[in-house]
Ligand binder design. Structure first.
Ligand SMILES: [Zn+2]
Length: 304
C-alpha cells in the first residue's frame, strides 16, 4: 500500500469511523489442499483512505461499487490475511505482516499464531510476495531483531533488485521515502538468510512462484498444486468488488498501473478457467474463494 505518513496518522484517528467490512477474526482458518494443510492467519487490518481505490474510475460506477462494499466513509478497513502452509517437512509462511511500526491496527500475526497454539519458531521458510510494509515489516521486531532467526527467507529477485536499486527512489514522492527505508531495513536484517527466487521456481515441491508484476515491479504470487490448484495472490486482487468487476481500474497503490492491469486480467482468466482457489491478502477474512466470469468481467465467490 502506498501511503504518506500524514494519511497514516489521519487513518489511525479515523479507525472507529471506518467503513464496514466483516470483523477480523483472531482464530485461524484452516483447510486441506492436496498434500498441504493451509491456514490463514489475520495480521489485523489496515485503515486506508477510500480515495486510494481507483480514484480515476467513472464516478457513478465507482460510487455504486463502494456503496455495495459498505465503504461510504472516507476511510475503510483492509484486512491483512497471511497464509501458512504445512508440508510433510516444512512450515511455510507467505509474508510477515506489518510488524510494530506501520499501523496500530496491524501487526497482530504473532499474537494470533500464539493464540492458536502455533509456535512461530517452527516456521522453516518465509516467502515474500513483495516488499510493501504490510507484507515485509513484520520481519523484524521493535528492536530490529529478526523475528524468525532460524528461517530461510525467499525474496523474488526482481523485487529485491527494485527496492535496493535507484529506481525505488527515483520519482518517489518524498512522503513515501519511508517505504524504501523500511524495505531496506528489513531486507538488511534478514540478508544472510535470504534466498532469491524467480518466476517458475518451485520453493518446495508443489509450490511454484508466478510472475505477477505491476503492484510492485517484482510482485510474485504462489501456486499450490493439488485439486484445481490454489493461488496465494498477494496484492494482485485487493478489493472484493473492484478488482474483479473492473480489473482495468487503477488503485493508487500499484507502482506500475498498466502492468498491474495486465497481470490482474491474466490471473483472473487463469483462476476462472482453472477454477482454482484464491487466497487474497486484502480480501475479506479469510480471503479464500474462487473466481467466476460475470458480465464480461469477474466476481469473487467466498468459500467458507
Ligand atoms: Zn498489501
Amino acid at each position: 500500500m502506498m501511503l504518506t505518513r500524514r494519511t497514516l496518522l489521519a487513518s489511525s484517528a479515523a479507525t472507529l469511523a471506518a467503513g464496514a467490512l466483516p470483523a477480523f477474526a483472531t482464530t485461524p482458518h484452516s483447510f486441506k489442499h492436496g498434500a498441504f494443510e493451509v491456514t490463514v492467519v489475520s495480521d489485523g487490518h489496515l485503515t486506508l483512505p477510500v480515495s486510494m481505490l481507483a480514484p480515476n474510475a467513472p464516478p457513478a460506477e465507482r460510487a455504486a461499487l463502494l456503496q455495495a462494499a459498505g465503504q461510504t466513509a472516507e476511510q475503510y478497513n483492509s484486512p491483512t490475511n497471511i497464509t501458512l502452509i504445512r508440508t510433510a517437512s516444512d512450515l511455510i509462511l507467505i509474508d510477515m505482516g506489518s510488524g510494530d511500526r506501520f499501523m496500530p491496527s496491524a501487526g497482530k500475526l504473532w499474537d494470533n499464531l500464539k493464540a492458536a497454539g502455533i509456535d512461530k519458531a517452527a516456521i522453516t521458510k518465509v516467502i515474500f510476495t513483495h516488499g510493501h510494509p504490510d507484507h515485509l515489516w513484520g520481519a523484524v521486531d521493535e528492536l530490529d531483531d529478526v523475528v524468525l532467526p532460524d528461517a530461510t527467507f525467499y525474496v523474488g529477485a526482481p523485487e529485491w533488485d527494485f527496492w535496493q536499486g535507484d529506481n525505488a527512489t527515483r520519482g518517489l514522492p518524498v512522503e513515501r521515502a519511508g517505504f524504501v527505508t523500511g524495505a531496506r531495513r528489513n531486507f538488511a536484517a534478514i540478508k544472510s538468510k535470504v534466498k532469491m527466487y524467480k518466476a517458475g521456481d518451485d520453493i518446495v515441491t508443489g509450490l511454484r512462484a508466478i510472475a505477477t508484476p505491476g503492484h510492485t515491479q517484482g510482485h510474485m504470487a504462489l501456486a499450490l498444486a493439488g485439486g484445481e490448484g490454489l493461488i496465494v495472490g498477494g496484492d494482485v486482487l485487493t478489493h472484493p468488488l473492484i478488482s474483479f468487476a473492473h480489473p482495468e481500474w487503477k488503485p493508487t497503490a500499484d507502482h506500475v498501473p498498466d502492468v498491474a492491469i495486465e497481470t490482474r486480467k491474466r490471473l483472473l482468466d487463469r483462476l476462472a478457467t482453472d477454477r482454482s482457489k484464491l487466497i487474497g491478502f486484502h480480501l475479506p477474512y479469510p480471503g479464500v474463494g474462487t473466481v467466476e466470469r460475470k458480465d464480461g468481467a469477474y466476481r469473487f465467490v467466498t468459500i467458507g
